[in-house]
Design a protein around this ligand. Sequence first.
Ligand code: DAH
Length: 344
Amino acid sequence: MQDKIDQYTAEINAFTPANADELEAFRIKYLGTKGLIKDLFEEFKTVGLEEKRVFGKVLNQFKQLTEAKYNDLKENFNSQLTTHNSQQDLTLPGDGFAVGSRHPLSLVRNEIIDIFKRLGFVVAEGPEIEDDWHNFSALNFPEEHPARDMQDTFFIKKNNGKDDIALRTHTSSVQVRMMENGKPPFRAIMPGRVYRNEAISARAHCFFHQVEGLYIDENVSFADLKQTLYHFVQELYGEGTKVRFRPSYFPFTEPSAEMDVSCTICKGAGCNMCKYSGWVEILGCGMVDPNVLENCGIDSKKYTGFAFGMGIERITNLKYVIRDLRLFSENDERFLKQFKTEII
Ligand code: DAH
């Protein structure tokens, strides 16, 4: 027994593990349930009384020595690992981290903003909770006019028995705030979220996003409106994209029009995005109605101007062929990470 103990002690003292696996093999070899120390204790049971007296102590000391060695080595190992982490070799390549991507609606909104900024438009914003005046009345929606019903409004609060405070149904309310609070000329675009009481489906949602445009100055004409929007479309969808204006009606513009672009998906040949017509409507526009200018304290004899409003979702669908509006608000990473990341 003494020989074995001497031999193991020498082995143990000389042992230096190169890695965690070797240390674990050491533990199993000596301290494991089927290890050498266990064997020694088994052997100890078979020796005579006199030997027991001598070896009892020796064996226990040997066991303690082995355990102490193992614990020391283990602690050393762990601290080596942490030292390695905290004093990392700065020449190693970095670990890298996942960079998020911009939401497609933000990408497109930013692109729209950039195009108009280059034309000298500034960006303005207004509140999402609006009163009847800014969302409807100032924009020439007469009381009880069916046009108010065209936009399924989420009313929040009544005032003197009448619906008054609501979630804005369009960003046109920001035009009113801008004109009330400033002096012409105005040249601004106003992006934001709008709300309508619609059943949620692939083609409709109870909230979506718009960009409003307003240009008021002396001698602004419909030709300026057409040229500005034509330029915008060439920048957004590429040279050669066709536009057409169809007469329409909005209470706050006169004359009013809707603008279509040649389908960006099939280039006008016909596909299910453009319902085989070759054209897709992207915005409403017109010359600001003199009543609206006067409602906002602007002299309609001196100033004229145009306005337009577009849905960002629609413009995005035409760029990325997204057929279900719900994808925009579900925050499904599998959808979101497909969009290009801007370097920040
Ligand atoms: N506010 C309209 C809507 O939500 C869009 C619109 C049409 C805005 C014509 C305008 C405009 O500024 O001139 O449907």
